[in-house]
Design a binder for this molecule. Structure first.
Ligand code: FAD
Length: 283
């Protein structure tokens, strides 16, 4: 396989929960760094549960010379606290924020009433143009949305509040992405909409996570993966082919970039990028 043209690539991580996770993430970052990503990003736990871990991980990756985005949601934090986090990120040389509403942490009630739009607005009021701000987008419609039209309207509002780009929830049906981009352009939204890519390495966890996230695993794909549950190597090879083909098609259709949900592991993402011929490791 070969790429039609170069596209930006970015890698998403979550903050490690313990020392073992920290060592593992360090190895993953070192390995993926060879692919010269345009940037990496680090998630923010629901309700601010990873506030310190996210900050530490973002600043650590940024400090080794990899442009890194901090995911952030307001949750129940005061504006003062959010402002001081923005100040700390700015002092550490961070220039990118992924602004989200976030979901509820388990046992912590419903999701925040602070929509992403409010956070984007706050970031612009507080820090002007210092940060490149990215928001989330949902080609298959956000699970809480009353309709695709309402979801698009709210997407438009958060972009108009000052977002520079959007990254999508992952999908395995590219028609959902093309339809979403077409509707966004028709609604007057012109920012880049970067597909989120979820490598496939395990059926059960993908099915569970997709159910929660409102991401569709098409029947044919689910059935094939389910039938390979006892053949880890076969499933991974099949998953690699499916996701590589998806990315290849997206690139051929002119997507501005690919954002990989790495789940803190390098192997699958690296194999996909290699299949696409997107990046040769630095000499
Ligand atoms: P919003 O854009 O605020 O929208 C949330 C819902 O409310 C939508 O259904 C929307 O239609 C509706 N809505 C928006 N504005 C209004 C309004 N004014 N009135 C009524 N309804 C409204 N989660 C994490 O916890 N941490 C992360 O780090 C994280 N990173 C992510 C990265 C990406 C690229 C993506 C796609 C998702 C990520 N998520 C993360 C998941 C995300 O937090 C959830 O999907 C969350 O439920 C919605 O967040 P949002 O920013 O898209 O919300």
């Amino acid at each position: 396989m070969s790429a039609a043209k170069p596209v930006d690539i970015s890698f998403e991580f979550f903050p490690p929960r313990n020392e073992g996770g920290e060592a593992g993430l360090h190895k993953t970052v070192e390995s993926l760094r060879e692919l010269r990503p345009d940037y990496c990003s680090v998630t923010y736990g629901a309700g601010g549960s990873t506030r310190d871990g996210t900050m530490k991980t973002v600043c650590k990756i940024q400090s080794i010379g990899v442009d890194t985005a901090a995911h952030l949601s307001m949750g129940d934090e005061s504006k003062e606290n959010i402002g001081s986090m923005l100040g700390e990120y700015s002092d550490a040389g961070v220039r990118r924020i992924v602004a989200l509403r976030g979901d509820a942490a388990s046992g912590m009630g419903g999701p925040s009433t602070q929509y992403a739009e409010q956070l984007v607005r706050f970031i612009r009021d507080h820090s002007g143009d210092h940060f490149h701000v990215t928001v989330a987008a949902y080609p298959e419609t956000h699970p809480d949305a009353v309709s695709p039209e309402a979801d698009m309207e709210f997407f438009k509002r958060k972009v108009e509040a000052g977002a520079d780009a959007a990254i999508t929830q992952y999908f395995y049906n590219p028609s959902a992405y093309y339809d979403f981009v077409e509707r966004a352009r028709a609604a007057g939204i012109s920012v880049p909409i970067i597909p989120g890519i979820m490598p496939i390495t395990n059926f059960q966890s993908l099915a569970r996570f997709s159910e929660r996230a409102g991401a569709d695993v098409p029947r044919w794909l689910g059935k094939r993966l389910e039938s390979m549950e006892d053949d880890a190597a076969g499933l991974q090879e099949f998953g690699l082919n499916v996701v590589s083909k998806l990315c290849e098609e997206l690139i051929a259709n002119g997507v501005p970039g690919l954002h990989f949900y790495t789940l803190n592991r390098a192997k699958a993402t690296k194999a996909i990028v290699h299949n696409l011929g997107l990046r040769q490791p630095a000499a």
